[in-house]
Write a protein that binds this ligand. Structure first.
Ligand code: SF4
Ligand code: SF4
Length: 305
């Protein structure tokens, strides 16, 4: 059974096979308090929790970002598609007698320690063929035959002579010392009411794309020029979020997150025509939606006056 060929059948452009060593760096960071809450539930010692597994397979699903005119993060559609494709692949593996389970492990450490990923100053991990524009899914597997992926990285990260992301980051989250998630605006766009500085930094629905946009590792990745209908601001502000959630993942609408983000983007685009859709949201039961609607109206009224 060729696991790489099987991954390609499910739409993955790359498939790495790595040993199941424990994640020492992650454990150290966990103890020091340097991790975002989202990263605290990962598996750090597979030998203890998945003793049956003899490899971690990492599946890479590259994506193209949307062009500047289209204010939607390309990451989430790809992440959602990768999630479902890896689920289908797991079922196929089960059919042919190979046990596989999702591996929620420290992905960055896994890619870097095995010599396929480059650690970047902006907190992301570049893969030479895909830059930072990819989603990665990992599976614990019990393969009948294993051929581990060999290291690919030959050169030091370009970060040493580059400050592009440091200069453009609107919340000063990147410095010569690296990335500080506590200062990254993207860390606060998960659905809880957003502070003004976070909304000021937002460049698109579901995120901030600036540090990836300027990164030389992403040069040459052609952006998508067409916006999916599901992300039209009129639809999101009217509460028609289901089609967008089908694309980005059903769990991404905590506290009306998509509606919140649509308010902010409407303000940034100067869409005064959307004021009638935003005004009723100031009475919404969800605090996050009310806060974003008030932010948007303040800006749109100021533009109009
Ligand atoms: S923009 Fe430059 S400094 Fe920032 S992560 Fe990319 S290469 Fe490194
Ligand atoms: S996502 Fe935005 S706020 Fe966060 S580090 Fe990158 S540029 Fe800064």
């Amino acid at each position: 059974m060729d696991i790489r060929a099987l991954a390609a059948e499910y739409g993955f452009a790359e498939c790495y096979v790595f040993p199941t060593e424990s994640f020492k760096h992650y454990e150290r960071r966990l103890k020091s308090g340097a991790l975002h809450s989202a990263g605290k539930s990962l598996i750090s010692d597979p030998a203890e929790t998945q003793p049956w597994a003899n490899a971690i397979v990492v599946l890479i699903y590259p994506y193209r970002p949307y062009s500047d005119e289209i204010p939607v993060s390309g990451n989430y559609p790809s992440s959602n598609a990768a999630y479902h494709a890896s689920g289908k692949m797991m079922r196929k593996l089960a059919e042919i007698g190979i046990h596989a389970e999702r591996a929620e492990v420290p992905m960055r450490e896994l890619l870097i320690r095995n010599g396929v990923g480059v650690m970047l100053k902006n907190g992301l991990t570049a893969l030479p063929k895909f830059g930072t524009r990819y989603s990665a899914r990992a599976l614990f597997v019990d393969l009948p035959e294993i051929k581990y992926t060999q290291p690919e990285i030959q050169e030091a990260a370009r970060c040493e002579h580059c400050q592009a992301c440091e200069r453009i980051c609107p919340s000063n989250a990147i410095s010569k010392d690296g990335y500080d998630f506590q200062r990254c605006a993207r860390s606060y766009m998960g659905g809880d009411p957003m502070e003004n500085w976070v909304m000021d930094a937002m460049t698109c629905i579901l995120g901030c794309e600036l540090c990836q946009k300027v990164c030389p590792y992403n040069i040459g990745i052609e952006p998508l020029l067409e916006m999916p209908e599901a992300f039209r601001l009129e639809s999101l502000l009217s509460g028609k979020v289901k089609p967008a959630l089908e694309i980005v993942g059903k769990n991404l609408n905590k506290q009306g997150r998509l509606m919140q983000h649509a308010c902010v983007i409407a303000a940034k685009q100067g869409r005064a025509d959307l004021i009638p859709l935003i005004e009723p949201l100031c009475e919404d039961s969800r605090e996050g939606v009310r806060v974003a609607a008030e932010y948007a109206l303040k800006k749109l009224y100021a533009d109009r006056d």
